[in-house]
Design a protein around this ligand. Structure first.
Ligand code: TXA
Ligand code: MG
Length: 354
């Protein structure tokens, strides 16, 4: 599917207005464009045009039963996409939009089945990145945008990652800043109803908006879906289809190592062989037996999230055969980091004994 891919500078809404207008025109005419967001880069196409979403699936090599998130830039663009807007949804949008939260509701007839992966529901998010918002505005239509990586590889957090994966497969790539959040948005479903008739909020994918923040904004508890931390067995139905695929994986074999700095170091010392790399906390340095790349302080989950995918790609580039990652604590944004690492590691986790 070799095609010409335009590289369009887009760091500033005013200075790069020409790029943004051109991206808008390409999108309106049914093309696909890699765009920055605050979480990861997205591969955008007109969410209401099955022809455009078919191009997204093809360029990514993504299974077509894996639904796409629809991106909007103004509140009034939401209602036409869904059957109704419960007050819980409005409260969440008021608290976290624009920002890294995706909300799933029953879809309206306007949303094609190709966008929702055949589901009766639609995931919607309003990104905070000003370039993303400018492109949605310029396109004049809601934009379906999965992460702009080839299916299965780590999500892109720089425009160069998009070019590495998608050059020759998409119409344009916006050359904007590196993503500040670094992991994909929090995905929350409001589709299930409780006995009182109100939606039961269910976390399908953790992200920078944390479970505690969601509970506080809703004034109720939320359910954390089993798929967030467990491997769903073959044939088990994933509520979020994206959770069932091997995901975020570099070419190297990734292992998550739990425990203290001493336990982590002790494990590396016993295990090390040539081709190994450690992806550790700053506090773990120096580690024995292998080269190491720190991905943040043990308590700095936001820094870990920001660097995670970039480091996995970098270590692949350096020819790492095995990567041993010191596992983060599973609270706050650490839950999102752990969730992505678990998938990169294909659920390979070791817990060294003290
Ligand atoms: O931060 C993000 O969300 C990025 C940026 C580009 O906005 N996008 C992103 O899209 O991560 P993607 O396609 O890589 O991940 C979307 C996730 C998948 O796990 C998908 O299965 C799930 O959301 N999803 C989308 N629509 C859904 C629906 N109607 N019901 C359940 N899960 C849904
Ligand atoms: Mg993705």
């Amino acid at each position: 599917m070799e095609k010409e891919t335009l590289l369009l500078p887009a760091r500033d809404l005013t200075a790069d207005a020409g790029s943004i207008a051109l991206a808008g025109r390409i999108l309106r005419e049914g093309g696909i464009v890699a765009i920055p967001t605050e979480t990861v880069y997205g591969l955008a196409g007109n969410a209401l045009d099955p022809g455009a979403t078919a191009k997204i699936y093809a360029a990514k090599g993504r299974p077509s039963d894996n639904p796409l998130i629809v991106h909007i830039q103004a509140m009034e663009e939401w209602a036409p996409l869904v059957r109704e807007l419960p007050k819980e949804a409005e409260a969440l949008a008021a608290a976290f939009w624009p920002g890294p939260l995706t909300i799933i509701l029953p879809k309206s007839a306007l949303v094609p089945d190709t966008t929702s992966g055949g589901l009766d529901t639609v995931a919607v998010r309003m990104p905070a990145d000003p370039i993303a918002r400018g492109v949605i505005r310029a396109a004049g239509v809601p934009l379906a945008a999965p992460s702009a990586n080839r299916s299965g590889s780590p999500s892109p957090t720089t425009w160069r990652h998009c070019a590495d994966d998608l050059m020759g497969r998409v119409d344009a790539i916006l050359q904007s800043r590196d993503c500040g959040v670094g992991v994909e948005s929090t995905v929350l479903s409001l589709c299930q109803r409780g006995e009182d008739g109100r939606p039961v909020p269910r976390l399908l994918r953790p992200g920078a908006v944390t479970p505690d923040q969601l509970r506080e904004a809703l004034g109720t508890d939320i359910v954390v879906d089993r798929g967030v931390l467990e491997h769903l067995g073959e044939g088990e139905r994933a509520l979020s289809p994206g959770m069932k695929y091997r995901h975020y994986a570099p070419a190297a074999e990734v292992t998550l190592v739990k425990g203290t700095t001493e336990q982590y170091r002790g494990y590396l010392e016993k295990t090390a062989r040539p081709g190994d790399w450690a992806m550790c906390f700053t506090e773990d340095l120096p580690v024995p037996g292998m080269p190491a790349c720190p991905y943040g302080g043990a308590a700095d989950h936001r820094e870990q999230a920001r660097r995670l995918f970039q480091l996995l790609r970098e270590l692949d580039g350096r020819g790492a055969e095995r990567i041993f990652v010191h596992a983060p604590r599973q609270d706050n944004v650490g839950l999102a980091v752990y969730n992505r690492l678990l998938r990169a590691a294909a659920f390979r986790v070791v817990e060294p004994q003290p």
